[in-house]
Design a protein around this ligand. Sequence first.
Ligand code: THU
Length: 130
Amino acid sequence: MENGNAAEKLVKIALSARDSAYAPYSGFKVGAALMTSGGEIYTGCNIENASYGLTCCAERVAVFKAVSEGQKDFAAIAVACGSGDFCSPCGACRQVLAEFGGSIKVYMCNHRGEYKVKTVSDLLPGFFSL
Ligand code: THU
């Protein structure tokens, strides 16, 4: 993503996707917005389950939605939490993002829409691949 406005737009969409989070167990709502290289955006939110281990993170929901609709080339993902902390993707989501490229930018946002940006390779150096 070339300019700050595009990043800010993606961050806003992630914050808004957070509203759909289903997080009755942790109360910790997360939103994600994944942008393809062509500029299309797929959103995700965390979806929890009474069988806790079946929970799916917001980032993976966004990736799985996009891939299931034929997308594989991603430029960036924004991830937003509801606190002042920058929302850092979990290890599983880092590996899932890495499947589609270490150069994907990850915008880690807080509830004010402030963010830090790193690439997937920065976040998961030496990620597993076949
Ligand atoms: N969660 C995400 O959605 N993304 C992450 O990268 C880390 C954690 C969710 C999973 C669970 O619903 C809640 O945050 C607390 O762990």
